[in-house]
Design a protein around this ligand. Structure first.
Ligand code: MG
Length: 382
């Protein structure tokens, strides 16, 4: 027996504004639909995830691993029905025990919350479970801007999704349902299925109006796993006729000493990324005692740190590097340095800052004994 989720994303809702249906609009760096699908993918115990799309939208969505697509109908109820029929037709021997049905516009739903709904539907004797919040505001009737009456709020709830059902129950209920329905609880109840109310969440909001994008952005950004790391490195000057900084060869009256190519800028950024990951430092990953790194180009180190970030589910959001020296002058080379870092890291150049300062002729950098660098890296879990 398996558990499945249906994400209903075939709507054409225009109340949210914008020139596309809301599920395709950007929100905090991703589209609304991508946030919703990502939350379900990250939920353990869901064997299948079906996204129901409008037939005109199929080109807009490349299903990630483990996600299937089917097309919706003219109404929400018809779209859910299509999702259920698709699951039934493709179940094979893996018959489906429970299904969660969710509106794509509830894009702040967290995996832990989806797990909770899945847990509730699997409890003894439950045929349907749906999250809701008791109404706490006073309720009025109104017309033409005038209050025309009041409504007792006792026993009233605001319904949310995902709503969870025994699969066979809700499939039969939808097959016998005529017309549209506000949600699947309405369809279930029409078929005589008792629906248990479980705790909803204020942060599980549904994007309906333009202002909802702002509220959703705030919630999603607060949920983000953001890491900041810093790096610091120094290399001393020795004999030579050039230095390599951030992959750029700069003619100079001296060279930098070090086991690798002594690219102090790249080492510092590499360490900032390791720092954000809390995964050691460049010396641990590439011991100076190991002869294979002698004279090595430092992009090896930086690429390793970037890959390690990706392997652990992080995107690098931005890098800020400061090089500290009297000479060579960094300014004329900052742009090529940013470009070189951008190419190595696969990161847009507008997210990479390379700047420089002198130390007013004070200290070892002031005496031009070496170059120091410090960097900050911001990583975001995706
Ligand atoms: Mg170094």
């Amino acid at each position: 027996m398996t558990n499945a989720a249906i994400i209903v994303a075939a709507g054409r809702g225009s109340r949210a504004g914008g020139d596309q249906p809301k599920q395709w609009q950007p929100l905090a760096g991703r589209r609304v639909i991508d946030w919703t699908v990502a939350a379900f993918r990250a939920t353990p115990g869901l064997d299948r995830i079906v996204v129901v799309l409008h037939p005109d939208d199929l080109d807009l969505f490349t299903p990630p691993d483990g996600v299937e697509v089917t097309t919706g109908g003219a109404t929400r109820a018809q779209s859910v029905r299509n999702g259920l029929e698709y699951l039934a037709a493709t179940a094979g021997d893996a018959s489906i025990a429970h299904t969660l049905i969710h509106d794509v516009a509830r894009c702040c739903t967290k995996p832990a919350y989806i797990s909770y709904v899945l847990y509730e539907i699997q409890s003894e004797g439950t045929r349907a479970a749906a999250p809701a919040l008791p109404v706490t505001d006073a309720l009025w009737q109104g017309a033409d801007g005038i209050v025309t009456g009041t409504q007792d709020r006792t026993g009233l709830f605001r319904a949310q999704t995902p709503q969870a059902f025994v699969f066979d129950d809700i499939l039969v209920a939808h097959r016998s349902h005529r017309g549209d329905a506000a949600d699947d609880v309405e369809v279930a109840r029409a078929a005589g299925i008792p629906v248990r109310i479980i705790d909803g969440s204020e942060s599980n909001l549904k994007i309906t109006h333009p202002d909802d994008f702002k509220r959703a952005r705030k919630i999603l950004v607060n949920q983000m796993d953001i890491r900041v790391g810093n790096g610091y490195d120094v290399h001393r000057f020795g004999d030579g006729d050039h230095v390599i900084l951030c992959g750029v060869r700069i003619p100079h009256t001296r060279g930098l000493q070090g086991h690798s190519d002594a690219d102090v800028g790249m080492h510092t950024i590499t360490d900032a990324i390791y720092g954000a990951l809390a995964m050691g430092d460049i010396g641990q990953h590439f011991p100076p005692s190991d002869p294979q790194w002698k004279g090595a180009a430092s992009d090896i180190f930086l690429r390793h740190a970037v890959n390690l970030a990706h392997e652990n589910g992080f995107e690098i959001n931005n890098i800020d590097l400061t090089l500290i020296c009297e000479h060579p002058k960094i300014g004329p080379h900052a742009q090529p340095m940013r470009q070189a870092l951008s190419d190595i890291m696969g990161l847009s150049i507008d997210r990479i800052s390379v700047k420089a300062t002198t130390s007013e002729r004070l200290g070892f950098t002031g005496r031009e004994e070496g170059i120091a660098a410090q960097a900050t890296a911001t990583l975001v879990k995706t």
